[in-house]
Structures are given as C-alpha cells and as structure tokens.
Design a protein around this ligand. Structure first.
Ligand code: GTP
Length: 235
C-alpha cells in the first residue's frame, strides 16, 4: 500500500445515496466494505465525515438563524453520521473508536490526540466526530486539522466527482481532469478543492490531498495501491 496512515474525509451528502435526506444503508455499507479492504491490508485509517445529509449550518443562517447556532447543529449532524458509520464498520468486523470534539461522553470518547494515535497503532479505525468543535470551520477543515495532528501521510477526500477539472465538467464538456496539480496552481486558477481555511492548512503543512470518487466501489483501494484515480494536490 502506498500510504501507511490516512485520513479519509467522507461527504455527508454522499451518504444520502439516492435518498433526499438521511442515510442510505446501501451506501453506508459500501463505504464500510471499501474501508475494510484497506483495513485488512494494514492501513491505519482515521475518518472525518460531514453532516450535510442531515443539517447544514450555512442554510440555517439563510433562514435567519445565528450562524454559530447552525454550525453547532451541523456538528451534531456529523455525530449522527459518525455513529452510523461506526456501527457499519463494526458489522463489517472492523475494530473502531469514535472520538468527539464536543464532549458527549455517553456516546463517544472525548478527542484526545495521543489516544487517537494509540488507537491507530493498535489497528483501530478512529472516527473524529463533531468537526473541530468550533463554529465557522467546515468538516474539511476538521479533516485537515486532525490529519496534521495524527501525522497522516495524506488526506483522501472522497466525493461524488472523480477529481479536479479545468472547469466544471457538468457545464463545460471540454473540461479536462488533472491527475496531479500543485496547491499554487489550484489557487492561481481559482479551482475548488476545499474551502480556503482547509486548503491553506494542508498547503502550509505539506499535506497532500487526493480528491477521488468514493461512490464507485473499489476506488478507495485503488487510491491506496497508487493507481491514478482522482487528482493528487501537493506542493
Ligand atoms: P486501550 O486503552 O488501548 O485498551 O483502548 P480501549 O479503547 O480499548 O480502552 P478503553 O477501556 O478506554 O475503552 C473501552 C471502550 O470504551 C471503547 O469502545 C471506547 O471507545 C469506550 N470509551 C472509552 N472512553 C469513553 C468515553 O469517555 N465515553 C464513551 N462513550 N466511551 C468511551
């Protein structure tokens, strides 16, 4: 396997599958199976999952709700997804631990960096829930922060698109996919990978990001095997 320790960022919205809200069990189990494939190969895996299938802080603000209030609700949404994912991993025979950035000790361990690293060393998948625990940060930022804290080799951003394109492929049929691109080129060309807070965190800490389509079964393993799936962003 190309990487020893990875942080996998999963999209909450992707978890909806074909549904318009909530969690699609088939998609959830597919994710668990894909994770099992790389887990069995000995990869140390930490996971951050978004909450957009349940609640988005930004939308709350549009409805007149205070932004911070909405963001906290979004963090709780990530906990629901994290718990669902933990259950799915467990059914797939994967040992896992869930840590929350907001204390809720009846359902999750509190986030303790050293403990998370110890879990990984012992072969447990660690899910980090509740984002960074702070409003105004996305789950992408949480993923980058945790990845840096645990010294992950790479962030694997699993989404519905299969990489970064020269333009939006849904609007411009001539758009071409990059196999690799530098952080600087992403910035200079106004391309979107993550929000700027997350993006800068990765660039400044020299942490590569691989954007790939997680909704195609088998892709996660291909990324770990070093196959050209998605787009690699690095310095
Ligand atoms: P080691 O100390 O390396 O053996 O790790 P461990 O996670 O197996 O030990 P521990 O006895 O701390 O945890 C046993 C179980 O309790 C695991 O499933 C943990 O996720 C869970 N656990 C530990 N601390 C907490 C907590 O504060 N809240 C909740 N809800 N669960 C916890």
């Amino acid at each position: 396997m190309k990487y020893k320790r990875v942080l996998l960022k999963l999209s909450g919205e992707s978890l909806m599958g074909k549904k318009s809200f909530g969690i699609d069990n088939q998609r959830l189990n597919d994710y668990a199976q894909q994770i099992k494939d790389i887990y069995d190969a000995g990869v140390e895996i930490a996971i951050v999952i978004g909450g957009g299938n349940i609640f988005r802080g930004v939308q709350a603000e549009e409805g007149g709700m205070d932004r911070t209030h909405g963001d906290y609700m979004g963090m709780l949404a990530t906990m629901i997804n994290s718990m669902a994912l933990q259950a799915a991993l467990e059914s797939a025979g994967i040992d896992s631990r869930l840590q929350s950035a907001i204390e809720m000790k009846e359902i999750a361990e509190p986030f303790v960096r050293r403990r998370a690293v110890r879990h990984l060393e012992k072969g447990r998948v660690v899910i980090f829930g509740a984002g960074t625990g702070n409003p105004y940060f996305t789950t992408d930022s949480a993923a980058c922060l945790r990845a840096i804290e645990i010294n992950a080799d790479v962030i694997l951003k699993g989404t519905r698109v299969d990489g970064i394109y020269t333009a939006d492929p849904e609007k411009d049929p001539s758009a071409k996919k990059f196999d690799s691109i530098t952080f600087d080129d992403v910035y200079e060309n106004g391309l979107k990978v993550m929000d700027m807070t997350a993006f800068t965190l990765c660039k400044e800490n020299d942490l590569p990001i691989i954007v790939f389509d997680m909704d195609t079964s088998g892709n996660l393993k291909k990324v770990l095997l070093g196959e050209t799936v998605g787009t690699v962003v690095s310095n």
